[in-house]
Design a protein around this ligand. Structure first.
Ligand SMILES: Nc1ncnc2c1ncn2[C@@H]1O[C@H](COP(=O)(O)OP(=O)(O)OP(=O)(O)O)[C@@H](O)[C@H]1O
Ligand SMILES: [Mg+2]
Length: 290
C-alpha cells in the first residue's frame, strides 16, 4: 500500500466507513448448456492469472457436482459447505493446487446459505470481506443451470464470463441464461468466450448472432472475449489430471486462455475506482440481509 492509499484508508476509517485498499475482482463463470468447458476454462484461466503474478482464488460453486478436485487429482478435506455450516475460516477450507493455486471445493449444501442465522451470516461476511481484500481475483465456477443460491453470486460479481460453443443449442441456452440473469439485475458485464471452435471465424459468427439477439430482445450489450479451439489436449488434460496451461504452455489452446487473462488484466487497469457497491454489499442485499 503506498502512502496516499494508506492515508485514504485512515481517513475513511476515521469517518467510520470501512473501505479496503483494493477489493478482488470477482468473475462468475457460467453457461446455459452444461458440459461446454466451464470448469476446464475456469481452472486454466486461474492458473494463467497466477502466472501473471495475480493472487487468485478459485471457488467451485457447482455444488454437489464439483469438478475442480477431479481435474486436479485432489481430494479436498473441506468444502464451502463446511465453511458455511461450521463457521470455518476460508483459509482452512482451501486446498492447494499447482503453481500455488488456492481453491475451495464445492461439496454439498450451498442451500444452507439461505438459512444462515445472523451470527453465522456475520461470520461468513467478515471472512468474505477479509478474503476479498487479500486477492486480486476470485473466480466462481458455476454449475449448468443456476440455482437460487448461486444467482446472487453471479449478479454480484464484477464480471460474468459466459462460456458457449458455436452450436445453435448452446447459443440458445446461453441466451436464456443471460435473459434469466438480466431479469434479476440490469447493467451487468457479460463477456462471452466461444469454446470448441473449429476456426476463428466460427467463433466470431456465433458471437455476432448471440450479440444481435441480446441487443434486439434484451437491449443488453455483451463483449467478446475470443475463442478457444477444439483441441484433444483438453481431454488429455482431464485424463492426466494436469491442466493444459501447465502441460502444454505453448499450444494454441493455452495461448487462447492467456488472451482471456490479459483481457481481464486490461479491464482491471481501465476500471474506474469502485463507484459501485462492493461484491459483499451486493451479495448481502440479494440475500436480503444488507
Ligand atoms: N476446447 C475443447 N476442445 C475439446 N474438448 C473440450 C474442449 N472444452 C471442453 N471439452 C470437453 O468437454 C468436457 C467437459 O468440460 P468441463 O467439465 O470443463 O465442462 P463444464 O461446462 O464445466 O461441465 P458442467 O456443466 O458439467 O460443469 C471436457 O472433459 C472435454 O472432454
Ligand atoms: Mg463444471
Amino acid at each position: 500500500m503506498d502512502q496516499a492509499e494508506y492515508l485514504r484508508k485512515l481517513l475513511a476509517e476515521r469517518k467510520g466507513q470501512k473501505i479496503s485498499a483494493k477489493s478482488a475482482e470477482t468473475i462468475a463463470v457460467i453457461s446455459g448448456k452444461g458440459g461446454v468447458g466451464k470448469s476446464n476454462l475456469s481452472l486454466n484461466l486461474s492458473l494463467s492469472l497466477l502466472e501473471r503474478n495475480k493472487k487468485v482464488l478459485l471457488i467451485d460453486l457447482d455444488i454437489g457436482m464439483g469438478n475442480i478436485d477431479v481435474l486436479l487429482g485432489e481430494s479436498s478435506r473441506y468444502s464451502l459447505a463446511d465453511l458455511l455450516q461450521q463457521e470455518m475460516s476460508f483459509q482452512k477450507a482451501m486446498t492447494a493446487g499447482p503453481l500455488g493455486l488456492q481453491y475451495i471445493s464445492g461439496g454439498s449444501g450451498l442451500n444452507s446459505i439461505i438459512e444462515l442465522n445472523e451470527q453465522k451470516w456475520s461470520f461468513f461476511s467478515r471472512e468474505l470481506e477479509e478474503l476479498l481484500d487479500k486477492y486480486d481475483y476470485v473466480i466462481f465456477d458455476m454449475g449448468a443451470g443456476l440455482t437460487k443460491e448461486q444467482l446472487p453470486f453471479v449478479v454480484s460479481s464484477t464480471h460474468i464470463l459466459v462460456v458457449a460453443t458455436p452450436e445453435p443449442t448452446s447459443l440458445m441456452d446461453a441466451y436464456s441464461a443471460m435473459k434469466h440473469i438480466t431479469l434479476n439485475k440490469k447493467d451487468l458485464r457479460f463477456h462471452v468466450l466461444m469454446n470448441r471452435c473449429l476456426h476463428q471465424r466460427e467463433g466470431e459468427l456465433a458471437f455476432s448472432k448471440l450479440s444481435k439477439t441480446m441487443r434486439t430482445f434484451l437491449q443488453q450489450r455483451i463483449s467478446y472475449l475470443g475463442n478457444v479451439p477444439e483441441d484433444p489436449l483438453v481431454r488429455k488434460a482431464v485424463t492426466s489430471q494436469l491442466p493444459f496451461v501447465i502441460s502444454h504452455p505453448h499450444s494454441k489452446l493455452s495461448k487462447s486462455i492467456y488472451r482471456v487473462a490479459d483481457a481481464f488484466l486490461h479491464t482491471e487497469e481501465k476500471r474506474v475506482e469502485a463507484k459501485e457497491a462492493s461484491f459483499l454489499n451486493k451479495l448481502s442485499a440479494f440475500f436480503k440481509r444488507g
